[in-house]
Design a binder for this molecule. Structure first.
Ligand SMILES: C[S@@+](CC[C@H](N)C(=O)[O-])C[C@H]1O[C@@H](n2cnc3c(N)ncnc32)[C@H](O)[C@@H]1O
Length: 271
């Protein structure tokens, strides 16, 4: 299911994200970038290509932080197949964000970053607030930290606010939305910009008992394997009812369309 999240949601509006990074690195001849939870690197490479088009003479040092060997391998294969990436030096860190923090501190690294991104990954860290705080501390003046997660106003937000205890396994996912991240930043007085990326998902099949695709979709939405077969009748009925709630989905022409909006947060280091 994590992979689906990597493959489907993030790519939806990559281009819009690129527009938001246009002001990165103005005036510099070298940029330090850190991708945290980069997956197979598709979006990273798109963003780097956008940066290159905007600043053709600039060299880039790109730290990739990714714990999955398979994803890291796919990223490296992608890089080896692409031409014209000579302007980038890749450093491959097969580790989690917190292992990277330890490694960075152990090595007493002083390098500062111009652009750090965490796209659809903060669900998987134990302490999102601490993770943001550490990476924010690595930003150079005018550096930017980009966070993308499902929006608090999406169907996911409503689903998780209602069924967090029944559905979310904190050993796997924290079920955080950009609303949670905004609350953390507000409580610390951290300033940020925030955007919504509209996205929809047709979940009509979920409501046809025994439909194979519908059951897989339900597993994806609840992050519970075989949800249809393992959940109590009350929980299953409650979740199905909630998925049709106007705060989760709209119904039109016989289709149930789930609000899959993403939220984008950009923290800029002003000093
Ligand atoms: C949903 S995918 C997103 C991948 C990519 N950023 C994208 O948007 O296409 C989440 C990625 O975070 C990675 N990940 C999981 N736990 C992590 C952790 N504790 N620290 C860093 N990355 C993690 C996963 O291996 C996976 O590649």
């Amino acid at each position: 299911m994590n992979l689906e999240r990597c493959d489907s949601r993030s790519k939806l509006k990559g281009v819009i994200v690129l527009l938001k990074i246009r002001r990165i690195g103005n005036g510099k001849s070298h940029l330090n970038v850190i991708g945290v939870g980069s997956g197979a690197g598709d979006i990273d490479l798109e963003m780097l290509s956008e940066l290159h088009q905007k600043h053709p003479g600039v060299t880039v040092d790109n730290e990739v932080v990714e714990p999955s060997s398979q994803q890291l391998h796919n990223y490296r294969v992608s890089v080896s197949q692409k031409k014209d990436l000579d302007y980038i030096t890749f450093t491959w860190n097969k580790m989690t964000a917190s292992e990277f923090e330890e490694h960075w501190k152990e090595k007493k690294m002083t390098k500062k970053a111009d652009f750090i991104h965490m796209i659809q990954m903060l669900y998987y860290v134990k302490d999102p607030a601490a993770t943001i705080s550490f990476f924010q501390s690595l930003l150079d003046k005018n550096g930017k930290l980009l966070i993308i997660l499902v929006s608090g106003e999406s169907g996911w937000g409503k689903l998780w606010r209602t069924y967090r205890h029944q559905l979310c396994n904190p050993d796997i996912s924290q079920c955080v939305t950009t609303e949670d991240i905004k609350n953390i930043l507000d409580s610390k007085g951290v300033r940020y910009q925030n955007y919504e990326l509209p996205s929809q998902m047709d979940i009509t099949e979920c409501f046809t008992e025994g439909d194979e695709k519908g059951e897989l979709l339900l597993d994806f939405l609840t992050e519970v394997l075989n949800f249809s077969k393992t959940a109590s009748p009350e929980l299953k009925a409650g979740v199905l009812k909630l998925l049709r709630h106007p705060e989760c989905s709209v119904e039109s022409n016989g289709k149930v369309i789930f609000n899959n909006n993403l939220g984008v947060i950009v923290i800029e280091q002003l000093t």
